[in-house]
Design a protein around this ligand. Structure first.
Ligand code: TYC
Length: 109
């Protein structure tokens, strides 16, 4: 230890570059999880999917199912990318496990 860096002698300028930290300003992107119509999946199964994976009551689930049935597709919810991917994978795996062709996908909101 040299004479001028003892604990009693604080150093004034040690030449460390500092950067002011800035808060993260980007809003996370959102994704619509969409259910697609088909001719084979039973209506009751679609209602059960909406109740189970999208926390809808029977009335709302029936309304969305009928919208998909008549219009071809419908939005089940809007989520962050990770949550949307998980929902899509869960619904498609569940439909496959029950041998129904029901398909779920996601698109930028
Ligand atoms: N079209 C199906 C039927 O007539 C019902 C159905 C509704 C299927 C919504 C898929 O996402 C769907 N049994």
């Amino acid at each position: 230890m040299s004479s001028n860096d003892s604990p009693e002698t604080p150093q004034k300028d040690v030449g460390v570059a500092v950067e002011i930290s800035r808060p993260e300003l980007e809003e996370p992107k959102l994704y619509k999880v969409v259910l697609l119509n088909d001719d084979y999946t039973p209506m009751d199964f679609v209602v059960a999917v909406l109740e189970t994976f999208f926390r809808m009551n029977k009335e709302m689930a029936t309304q969305i199912m009928l919208h998909v049935h008549t219009r071809g597709k419908g939005v089940c919810g809007v989520f962050s990318r990770q949550i949307a991917e998980t929902k899509v994978n869960q619904v498609n795996a569940f439909s496959r496990a029950h041998q129904h062709p029901l398909l779920c996908s996601m698109e930028a909101a």
